[in-house]
Write a protein of this length. Structure first.
Length: 106
């Protein structure tokens, strides 16, 4: 399964547009990650615990979208858009949503 943010695939022809496909995930930031991030904020540097959560959430959402596209009979998803939002009380949760167009390419 090919996943791309571009509207087409170089050297390939889109034979059929199947439809819009999405994937979503919401991840909670736990107490220990908040403490570690506060130290990074105070002393400077990267908040690797949050970065790992972002990566994990993105992978989950992309995999969910890929599985949905496969169930629709697609072999690729083009025009993928990734969105990141904070939700919940005090923005304590991270939501990642992805969408694209499920297609069949040759």
């Amino acid at each position: 399964m090919l996943l791309t943010t571009t509207p087409s695939v170089e050297g390939k022809t889109i034979k059929k547009y199947i439809g819009i496909v999405t994937g979503e995930t919401i991840m909670g930031a736990n107490f220990l990650k908040d403490i570690a991030a506060s130290f990074s904020d105070f002393f400077g540097g990267r908040a690797s615990s949050y970065e790992q959560e972002l990566i994990k959430a993105k992978e989950i959402a992309l995999n969910e979208m890929k599985e949905r596209a496969e169930r629709m009979g697609a072999n690729a998803v083009v025009g993928i858009d990734l969105d990141y939002e904070t939700v919940g009380a005090k923005g304590s949760m991270l939501m990642v949503s992805v969408s694209g167009t499920a297609v069949i390419i040759e």
